[in-house]
Ligand binder design. Sequence first.
Ligand code: HEM
Length: 404
Amino acid sequence: MERHVEPLAYPIPSDEALEPPAEWAELRGRCPVAPIRLPSGDQAALLTRYSDVKQVLADPRFTRDLGAAGGARVAANESGGVFSSPMSQAIPQDGEDHQRWRRMVGRWFTAKRIAALRPGIAAMAEQLIDAMVDDGRPADLRASLGFPLPVWVICDLLGVPESDRDRFSHWSDTLLNLTRYSDQEITEAQVEFFGYMSRQVAARRADPGDDLLSSLLTETGPDGKGLDETTLIATGLGLLVAGHETTANMIGKMVAMLLADRTRWERLLADRSLVRVAVEETLRYDANSGIGLPRYITEDVEVGGAVIPRGTTVMCSMAAANRDEEAFEHADEMVLERSPNPHLAFGTGAHSCLGQALARTELQTVLEVLLDRLPTLELAVAPEKLERVDGLVVGGLRAVPVRW
Ligand code: HEM
């Protein structure tokens, strides 16, 4: 690592709504392990090459447990945030305990189980599009469709009643936006969520339903042990914060990217078999994945020809890796039919996105329903007027104004 270089202030802002920062290409070439200063003031090393990001995410020596390891803090008020809050730490972060947790929760996220959710997700998308159409043109597709749909899906999975969906939206927003809310607001949201979920768990114990929470109450791992109540509630929180804003922002972003050049939309209208690959390409092109994935290393490791010293917090930028010409031909072009497309939008290795089959299904279903229902859909503003929001954990567009 070039330790003598003044650390770059991170995250690097982007001038364009639908493009990541221009600096990625230069960093990949000049300084693939770059010293950065995080919003907390702490230092870390930024990885921007596809091969390096993939290597680190797949290497179990790099732990995700920054809090326990004494790694860098991402944001100053991170005590209540998603990276190191006591509640999110209740989910085992590494090793066998983490694998056991993943196997138990992962049973709910297999391709087969998720395929069975597709008709329900399509019905939710129809309902939200109906409401958007009734409200009239122009509409903000992010607010009308992108934001509510994934939280509805998660509430359904957990067996939470429809009337509580707005509360879930609020909690998820508060716990993810580390810089927008005060420590006190974040702590309050955690306490409310914990209290709410404790009551839900008690209700499921008394009267089990056909939902993830009920089944996790009785399921056991290979060792015959189940999940304790704190881990169960933390799992609910984990699914909410991992699965809501990520998918919400991606729905808005995906539609904006496809409408920004209408020939893309026209091609999808003419050939629905492109939907799956086009969704993957939008994920590669710009999933707005915040600052990237932090990891911590307790021994010296060579990455990309440089030695990363023990005690370093490493930030893996999937956004930068996904535009690496070494891994993707014409990386800065959106090629709808790109296949294979081994992008890293869902990470890789032991922590790779547990909900990726669900996220893909939501994105594909939304796109199919929109193509059917609103074939004349177009952006109501010029693409350069779209406003990018770069959150620490997830980013997106402030609004996606559309008409039809
Ligand atoms: C993990 C991205 C949607 C649940 C991850 C990771 C990424 C990611 C990059 C890796 C984190 C790490 O290595 O530290 C995304 C994107 C999504 C999305 C881009 C939408 C477009 C979802 C959904 C769910 C979900 C819908 C479930 C409701 C999870 C869980 C983990 C995870 C539980 C943690 C897995 C573990 O630590 O073993 N996601 N995700 N995600 N995601 Fe997603």
